[in-house]
Design a protein around this ligand. Structure first.
Ligand code: 1PR
Length: 615
C-alpha cells in the first residue's frame, strides 16, 4: 500500500484493511455507524482515507413535512450517521446537533414553526450557540423577514430582509444550478469547497449588509452578491443544497456532523463565478413487453427495434445507469416515464422504487416526469396530479416534469384567459414552489412557405426545409391516454403522440405564467439523430422566457454542447443516446466545455474531496 495516503483522527483509531485490489484511483472513507466500521468506496478519483471521529453519530432533523428531505436523509445515512426526527420543541432544546432543511414557502414554514412552539425553541437553541445547520429556507428563516408572499416575519436572529432575485437584468429566476462561492471567512464546514461549484435552487435570497456582515461566511454572485452561507460559533446555515452538491456537498455535511474528523484545509480560496452550464443525463424509461422497467431510447420518439419482434429498445437498468452517470459527473439526472401518461404512475410501483433506490446514492438533483395529471382508477378512486407529484417527491425527486398535462393547461388558459388555479402546473408549483416544476415540451418542426401561413409564432429557419421552405413553426404534441375516447381514432405518430394546435413558443410563455420554473425543451425531429440540437428552436424559446431552459434532443458530439451554449441562452444541455451507447463520456463533454471557456462544474479535479488528504 505504499504511496497510499491516509489520516486517522485522534479520537477514533481504526484499523484499516485495505485490499490489494484497491486501485489508486478510488477514494475510501471509513465511517462509524453504531460502533461498526464501514469501509466504503465513494468516489473514483484519488485514494483518500478518513475516519469519522468518536463524536455522537446521531443527528436531530427538524422536518416539518412540507417537502422532500429524503435526499438529505440519504446523504446523512450515506455518511454513516443516524437521524432522529424532532417531534417536540423539547427535542430541539435537547439536541446535540441539529439540521434544519427548510422546504416549501417562507410563510407556511414560519406558520408551522410558530404554531408548534418550534420557533421559540429554535431561537433559544441558536442563541445558546448549539451546533446547528440550516439549509436553503433553513438559512432564510433566520432573518428578520421575507418578501415571499409577504412581508412575513422570520425568526429575527440575523438582521436583514429576504427578497426576490431581480429578473429584469437578464438573470433567470429561479436561480437553478451550480455556482462557486466567494468565501469571506473561515467557516470550517466549507473548508473543502475552495472554488468548487455547489448546487442552488431558489428564487429568494438574503443580501449582505453592514448589519449582518459579521454572520456571513460566503457570498455568491447571481446578478447581485447574495448570502450563500453564514457562520457564527457553532451556528451554520447554507443557501445551497449540500445534499445535492455531489462529493463536495457531502464534505460540507460531514464537516458539520463530525467536526473532530476535519482534515487539512483546502487552501484554494473560493472565487466569484458565473452560473455553470449544466450537463444532464436523461433516462427515458418504460416497461417493455416482458414487464421489466428498462431504459429505452427512441429515434424521433420511436423506441421499438425495427425487427420482426418489434421489441422496446433496452439500453440498461435505470438505477444502475443513473448511479453511473452520477459518478461520471452528470450535473443532474432525469427520468422520463414515457408511457406514464397512458398508464398512471402511482400504479407503476417499480418507477417509484427506482427513484427511491437512485436517491440513496445519487447526490445531484433528480427530476422525474411522466403521467403527472389527475387520474381516476378502475375503482373510481380519484387521484389529483398533486398527489401523484407528492408521491414522486416523497420517493426522492427534486423536480417533477409535466408534459402532456401542461399542453392541456396552456390550451385552456389561452382559450379562457383565466387562471383557475386547478391545473397540475398551478397546484404543484403553489405547494412545492415553481423551482420544483419543469415543463417538458415535445414539439416537431412544421415547415412553411410563408410566415403568415399559421397563427402561431414562426421563425426563419437557418436551413431551408425539404421543399426549400424558409419558415417553420414548432407544433406541440402530447401523449394520449389509452382510456381517452380518441386513442383509436386520432392519428398517432412519433411514439403515440398527437399534434396540438399550439406552438412551442406560445406554450413556453403560458407555462411560465402558470408557474413553471424551468423548461425541458425536446425536439422530435432531432431526437436520437446525433446531428446536434435544434439551435433555431432553442434560441426562440430561451429568448422568449425568463426561466431556465434545458436544451434537449440531438446531441451526438462534444461540439454540440458548446454550440448550444454559445448560440443560445440555454442554461443546461441534456442528452441520452450518446451517454447510453457510451459514445461520448460526460467527462469529455466537460473537458470540451473547459477548452471553449464555458463555465461548468468540474468534479474531476484531484483536490476534491471529503477528507482533504490527497495523493
Ligand atoms: O406527457 O407528462 O406523461 O410526460 C411524458 C414524458 O416522456 C415527456 O417528458 C416526453 O418528453 C417523454 N416522452 C414521451 N414519449 C417519448 C418517446 O421517446 N417516445 N421521450 C418521450 C422523450 C426525449 C428526451 C430524450 C432527448 C435526448 N424523450 O427526453 O431523452 O431527446 O435524446 P438524444 O440525446 O438521444 O437525442 P407526460
Amino acid at each position: 500500500m505504499e504511496g497510499v495516503p491516509y489520516a486517522y483522527t485522534t479520537s477514533f483509531k481504526t484499523q484499516l484493511f485495505l485490499s490489494s485490489a484497491l486501485s489508486s484511483s478510488s477514494i475510501i472513507t471509513i465511517h462509524q455507524k453504531r460502533h461498526k466500521t464501514i469501509l466504503k468506496s465513494i468516489s473514483r478519483r484519488n485514494l483518500v482515507i478518513c475516519a469519522s471521529s468518536g463524536s455522537s453519530s446521531v443527528v436531530k432533523l427538524l422536518d416539518y413535512g412540507a417537502g422532500n428531505v429524503r435526499s438529505l436523509r440519504n446523504a446523512i445515512h450515506h455518511l454513516g450517521f443516524e437521524i432522529e426526527d424532532v417531534q417536540t420543541p423539547k427535542d430541539i432544546l435537547d439536541a446535540e446537533r441539529l439540521i434544519f432543511p427548510g422546504v416549501g414557502a417562507f410563510a407556511s414554514a414560519m406558520d408551522v414553526l410558530v404554531k408548534t412552539g418550534m420557533a421559540d425553541a429554535l431561537c433559544s437553541y441558536i442563541k445558546n450557540d448549539r451546533p446547528f445547520l440550516g439549509i436553503c429556507l433553513g438559512l432564510q428563516l433566520l432573518f428578520e423577514s421575507s418578501e415571499e408572499n409577504g412581508p412575513v416575519n422570520g425568526l429575527g436572529l440575523i438582521p436583514g430582509v429576504v427578497g426576490r432575485f431581480n429578473s429584469s437584468n437578464g438573470f433567470r429566476v429561479p436561480h437553478i444550478g451550480w455556482n462557486a462561492l466567494q468565501i469571506t471567512k473561515d467557516s470550517e464546514i466549507l473548508d473543502d469547497i475552495g472554488d468548487h461549484h455547489v448546487y442552488f435552487v431558489h428564487s429568494y435570497r438574503a443580501m449582505p449588509s453592514d448589519d449582518n456582515k459579521e454572520w456571513i461566511s460566503s457570498t455568491c454572485n447571481y446578478g447581485d452578491d447574495f448570502i450563500a452561507s453564514i457562520r457564527r460559533g457553532n451556528v451554520h446555515a447554507v443557501q445551497f443544497h449540500p445534499e445535492k452538491s455531489g462529493d463536495v456537498g457531502l464534505s460540507v455535511l460531514r464537516r458539520f456532523l463530525d467536526p473532530k474528523s476535519q482534515g487539512t484545509k483546502n487552501l484554494t480560496q473560493g472565487k466569484a463565478s458565473k452560473l455553470a452550464k449544466r450537463v444532464i443525463a436523461c433516462l427515458d424509461v418504460r416497461t417493455n413487453d416482458k414487464g421489466d422497467l428498462v431504459v429505452t431510447k427512441g429515434d424521433q420518439y420511436d423506441v421499438r427495434e425495427h425487427t420482426k419482434e418489434n421489441e422496446v429498445r433496452n439500453l440498461g437498468k435505470p438505477v444502475e445507469l443513473a448511479g453511473q452517470y452520477y459518478k461520471d459527473g452528470a450535473d443532474e439526472v432525469s427520468f422520463l416515464n414515457i408511457t406514464g401518461f397512458r398508464d398512471f404512475p402511482l400504479g407503476d410501483l417499480p418507477m417509484l422504487q427506482v427513484l427511491r433506490r437512485t436517491s440513496e446514492n445519487v447526490f445531484v438533483p433528480l427530476t422525474v416526469g411522466g403521467g403527472i395529471r389527475d387520474f381516476t382508477d378502475a375503482n373510481g378512486r380519484h387521484y389529483s396530479s398533486l398527489e401523484v407529484a407528492s408521491e414522486y417527491f416523497r420517493s426522492g425527486a427534486d423536480k417533477i416534469s409535466i408534459g402532456s398535462d401542461a399542453v392541456h393547461a396552456a390550451e385552456e388558459y389561452m382559450k379562457t384567459k383565466v387562471k383557475t388555479g386547478k391545473s397540475s402546473l398551478e397546484q404543484i408549483s403553489k405547494v412545492y414552489g415553481n423551482q420544483a416544476v419543469v415543463v417538458s415540451i415535445d414539439p416537431r418542426r412544421v415547415y412553411l412557405k410563408s410566415p403568415n401561413d399559421v397563427q402561431f409564432k414562426t421563425i426563419r429557419v437557418t436551413k431551408p426545409g425539404p421543399s426549400g421552405e424558409e419558415y417553420a413553426w414548432y407544433q406541440c404534441t402530447k401523449s394520449l391516454s389509452y382510456a381517452h375516447p380518441e386513442w383509436l381514432s386520432v392519428p398517432k405518430v412519433n411514439g403515440g403522440r398527437e399534434g396540438r394546435p399550439i406552438g412551442a413558443y406560445e406554450l413556453a410563455k403560458v407555462v411560465e405564467e402558470l408557474g413553471a420554473g424551468e423548461i425541458l425543451l425536446n425536439c422530435i425531429d432531432c431526437d436520437g439523430q446525433g446531428k446536434g440540437f435544434d439551435i433555431d428552436l432553442i434560441k426562440l424559446i430561451s429568448d422568449a422566457v425568463s426561466i431556465p431552459v434545458i436544451a434537449s434532443s440531438g446531441a451526438g458530439a462534444v461540439e454540440h454542447f458548446s454550440e448550444v451554449f454559445m448560440k443560445t441562452n440555454a442554461s443546461a444541455a441534456l442528452a441520452a443516446g450518446i451517454f447510453h451507447r457510451k459514445e461520448v463520456p460526460i467527462q469529455s463533454v466537460k473537458e470540451h466545455l473547459s477548452k471553449e471557456g464555458i463555465e461548468f462544474r468540474d468534479c474531476f479535479r484531484n483536490d476534491l474531496f471529503v477528507c482533504n488528504h490527497y495523493i
